[in-house]
Design a protein around this ligand. Sequence first.
Ligand SMILES: [Fe+2]
Length: 164
Amino acid sequence: MESKHLLSWLRNAHAMELEAEQMLDAQVQRLERYPILQQRIEEHLEETKGQIKKLEHCMGLLGTGAEDSGAQSAVPGHTLIAAIEDDDVVKSSIAAYAFEHFEIASYKAIIKAADHAKEAEISQICRESLEEEVAMATWLNKHFDETTRVFLERSQDGTLNSTE
Ligand SMILES: [Fe+2]
């Protein structure tokens, strides 16, 4: 069964997750004043590292690796990445939420392609990653108002950049 698109999308997802790993790592460093958000991002960073390994395993099942694939993440470039790494936690949360949805759509496409190519193991593995992305997006959505409220309060009383 044809798996050309499947492989191509797996490679894109691999590049996307490598990007995610970098961004989450940068984001975690900046969130010491938002410990609940920081902890969840840290957890998702670990999940992301696992997703990278899973994608490598999937590509291996198709008889190829990620090496020299030249795959580019299709995530809309530097604007989003810069926003996620921004010191402004609200901007960063908006961008992170958008990024999670990009990941969700990417895994959905891969799962469809894997089912189409009768690659049951790849489908199953990517369903697990999809669940993690959905859980992360749901969490960000649930905590967004609170994060914004805290940010605005701190901004108003001038404690935004204090370490206290
Ligand atoms: Fe994610």
